[in-house]
Design a binder for this molecule. Structure first.
Ligand code: GDD
Length: 323
């Protein structure tokens, strides 16, 4: 029987897998007693630390909470495992945000130049992982994942915000999509493939650090254009800066607008990952390209929003009960 614990979004969601039984319990990662009792009870072979306040813009508004979950939370986990002599393998979720202003392409050797409290906290956790590895021989792998998306992405992250708004505009229940910086570039991949990379990291002989990325970068504006085009709505752009807008060609309606409210005090302009090390050592490579990812997310949101519009029972069956 393999036991794994997943620490997610500032909470502990742990899973004991035995035969057909799944036992879910919850607790708070920042509550050390709770952490220790979960570790004692589960005795996990593998721990996946995904816990964080993970929204970069929100980390400017809640810097202390963001730092406590992402950095101090990781430290509490590493130290609890050390004190208990638990010997579990730990996956530490780092982030491409750590590269910040460093020139692209970014890989494991690229310096960290953080541009947000969230990124600074993730860098602290990264260095603590390396230190606990060196000082105590603990088995901790840092996964430096570039943006990974799916139809289950939170609605306030830009990809999902775009595909959900697009679906609602298409169905006539929303007028427009309002965004911040249209020109930042991200290396967007498909989340399930990235979770497989996390698992692969813990199956290696020795702990190591890996960048996981597609090696392709697109701007937010390109994501918007690809999504609208896939849904059969051609956009034409006019204006600049805060006056820039996307006009739907067939109706002449302004459907994409810009608002300073969604801009960040400091932005990460250009992320493009080089996952060569993961390819060589883990045999990992991405499979889903940008266009397929956009199509999956648009299809799912159009389906989901239609269900919501036409009847909640179908929606609940498809989504709520499976989340
Ligand atoms: N969220 C959001 N909302 N972002 C917007 C918007 C908007 O209305 N308009 C433009 N953007 C831009 C942001 O300024 C940023 O440059 C880009 O879209 C992506 O923003 P997010 O989707 O919020 O993701 P992120 O890149 O900041 O961070 C995500 O990826 C990291 C991995 O690199 C998060 O999942 C992090 O937790 C993760 O570590």
């Amino acid at each position: 029987m393999r036991r794994s614990s997943t620490f997610n979004t500032g909470r502990i969601d742990h899973l004991i897998e035995g035969g057909h039984d799944f036992d879910f319990r919850r607790g708070d990662l920042n509550d050390t007693n709770c952490l220790v009792s979960v570790l004692n009870e589960v005795q996990p072979d593998e721990i996946y630390n995904l816990a964080a306040q993970s929204h970069v813009k929100v980390s400017f508004e809640t810097p202390v909470y963001s730092f406590e979950t992402a950095a101090v939370g990781a430290l509490k986990l590493f130290d609890a495992v050390r004190c208990l002599g638990a010997g579990a393998r730990i996956y530490q979720a780092c982030s491409s945000e750590m590269f910040g202003a460093a020139p692209a392409p970014q890989n494991e050797g690229t310096p960290f130049l953080p541009r947000s409290p969230y990124a600074a906290a993730k860098i602290a956790a990264y260095h603590l992982a390396v230190n606990y590895r060196d000082a105590y021989g603990m088995w901790i792998a840092n996964g430096i994942l570039f943006n990974h998306e799916s139809p289950r992405r939170g609605e306030t992250f830009v990809t999902r915000k775009i595909t959900r708004a697009l679906a609602r505009i298409k169905l006539g229940i929303q007028d427009r999509l309002v965004l911040g910086n249209l020109y930042s570039r991200r290396d967007w991949g498909y989340a399930p493939e990235y979770v497989r990379a996390m698992w692969l990291m813990l199956q290696q002989e020795a702990p190591n650090d890996f960048v996981i990325a597609t090696g392709q970068s697109h701007s937010v504006k390109e994501f918007v254009e690809a999504a609208f085009e896939y849904a059969g709505m051609r956009l034409e752009w006019e204006g600049e800066g805060l006056r820039e807008r996307g006009i739907e060609r067939s109706s002449g309606r302004s459907v994409v607008e810009v608002d300073a409210r969604y801009m960040r005090p400091t932005e990460v302009e250009f992320l493009l990952g080089d996952a060569g090390k993961a390819r060589r050592k883990l045999g990992w490579t991405h499979r889903t390209d940008f266009e397929e990812l956009v199509a999956k997310m648009v299809d799912a949101d159009v389906r989901r929003e239609s269900m919501l519009l036409h009847g909640t029972r179908a929606y609940n069956e498809q989504w709520r009960t499976h989340i």
